[in-house]
Design a protein around this ligand. Sequence first.
Ligand code: AMP
Length: 215
Amino acid sequence: MNIILLGPPGAGKGTQAQRLVEKFGMRQLSTGDMLRAAVKAGTPVGLQAKAVMERGELVSDQIVSALIGEELDAMGAGTGAIFDGYPRTAAQAESLDALLSDRGRGLDRVIELEVDEDALVERICGRFTCANCGKGYHDKFEQPNQAGVCDKCGSTEFKRRPDDNEETVRTRMAEYRAKTAPILPIYDARGIVTRVNGMADIDQVTAAIERALSV
Ligand code: AMP
């Protein structure tokens, strides 16, 4: 099964993708994570993407679609893909169709996480992750059980994304409204969209997604 998690920044796409990975052995394909790794490694793609990401704007369609193609090629044919943060434009949606059909895959479902935009700035600006295992936390909503120690792996190092500040978040949301939300009708026309309340409790959101995937 290949699915897209769609929703504005902070909607919970990454959190839910991680849960699906753990539960069903699917693979999370997050273009944001791939780009951050490229920036960290100082690759040509990373050098091109760094400033664009810091402004909260979108990296070029060609770059992100090429990254997705490489990841799909590296995956076992039987492993399902969760697209997280991709596609973000109509051109990327078109590329994804081609990338999947070239590999004998199809798109089974698009989950749209519906959220209240006003709550997103607070959600995003307080979030941080374990630098070792990537577990997500939040200043207000989910602190580690023991202050400064990761619940999952015991690491004491945490990190915050440089683009998780209010000004950049506003740009990222504007990009979502202008370029990403308009691709939903493409998938609506195919009858494969399920809308899930992304403001519900994390477990309830997971349960709703699992229901959507079992239909
Ligand atoms: P994310 O981790 O999904 O919030 O992405 C972080 C940043 O990476 C975005 O604000 C964009 O600058 C860039 N990015 C990630 N995925 C894409 C994509 N599919 N298309 C264009 N830019 C992207």
